[in-house]
Design a binder for this molecule. Structure first.
Ligand SMILES: C[S@@+](CC[C@H](N)C(=O)[O-])C[C@H]1O[C@@H](n2cnc3c(N)ncnc32)[C@H](O)[C@@H]1O
Length: 302
């Protein structure tokens, strides 16, 4: 019985992979034609072309693979690298792709999914960490194991002292601060740096959402309601958010973020091939001016 189930599972998986390959091939042919058309038109008009990548790239979900594991300001619309990487006019399988300001790795992720080797640089250590986690192959069994350890530790541990965070009481309500501390303490007990990074990214994604920062702006500004006149929708919305933070179950929120991110790694398309790697090669794009010839051989620029 189990043998038959296993054979059925393998057959089903092969069918899905074949379907994905066929879709990719169709996309590649379609994008080759579009790019060649753009090139021809540009050669005649000598004028820049206006393109809506949202309209051009259809049928690809925003929450593709691991793109949404963490928020980041000015993230690139993933349709753009998807279009430029899923064709054979600009680059081929096995080529190298560099994004010198890679941020959270939108280009690097699309590059490895398109079977290219990806290289990136970014000055922000959080962005580099998100990129690394986003493009890593994780064992789901191990993630679940560490998640269980964290959940158990959170319940059983009582922590007295807080980490030395600047203006901690300005940004967090006491109940939120206490729960974040419990989560952080439990995550830090993970002995594998690879899995520690995964949970730290989930933690980081949770921190801003439960803080007193106004999430509508990317720079740190404290959420207020009194600056809006009575009757203004943001006055009521912000008042409501501040009220809900007072009784917020931060641990539950963190668990939901972890679960959503685990599900992103469970998706068929997130099964990264070990042949194509994403590498952060520098913390400063300026250092790439004198390229390492071996590393940058055949790099695709866009
Ligand atoms: C618009 S963001 C890139 C977002 C990215 N495309 C994404 O989807 O996440 C620009 C990035 O450039 C980085 N940056 C600024 N100056 C830099 C430098 N000299 N070297 C490397 N990165 C730099 C910033 O840290 C920021 O993450």
């Amino acid at each position: 019985m189990f043998r038959w189930l296993f054979i059925y599972f393998l057959f089903y998986k092969t069918l899905i992979i074949k379907k994905l390959q066929l879709t990719n091939l169709k996309k590649s042919i379609e994008y080759n034609n579009i790019i060649n058309k753009f090139i021809d038109e540009y050669a005649i008009s000598d004028e820049p072309k206006e393109v809506s990548f949202r309209k051009l790239v259809t049928g690809v979900k925003t929450d593709r693979a691991t793109h949404l594991i963490h928020s980041y300001p000015a993230k690139l619309l993933m349709n753009i690298p998807y279009f430029f990487l899923n064709n054979t006019v600009l680059s081929k399988e096995g080529d190298n792709v560099l994004d010198p300001f890679c941020g959270t790795g939108t280009v690097l992720l699309e590059a490895i999914l398109a079977k290219r080797n990806a290289y990136g640089a970014d000055a922000n250590p959080l962005a580099r960490m998100i990129t690394n986690v986003k493009t890593t192959n994780y064992s789901l069994k191990k993630i679940e194991f560490y998640f269980d350890c964290i959940k158990e530790k959170i319940i059983n541990e009582e922590i007295g002292s807080y980490p030395d965070v600047v203006n901690i009481d300005y940004w967090f309500l006491p109940n939120v601060k206490k729960q974040l501390n419990q989560i952080l303490y439990s995550i830090k007990s993970i002995d594998s740096p690879k899995y520690l990074n995964f949970f730290m990214i989930c933690f980081s994604n949770c921190v801003k959402k439960v803080s007193l920062a106004d999430n509508r702006v990317s720079v740190p500004v404290r959420l207020r309601y009194d600056q809006y006149p009575i009757g203004h929708p943001l006055r009521e919305k912000n008042k409501e958010k501040l009220k809900s933070l007072k009784s917020l179950d931060v641990i539950d929120k963190f668990n939901t973020i972890v679960r959503d991110n685990i599900n992103r790694f469970k998706k068929e398309e997130t099964n990264f091939s070990s042949k194509y790697k994403a590498n952060i090669v520098s913390t400063n794009a300026k250092n790439l001016i004198k390229p390492n010839k071996d590393l940058l051989k055949g790099i695709t620029r866009f």
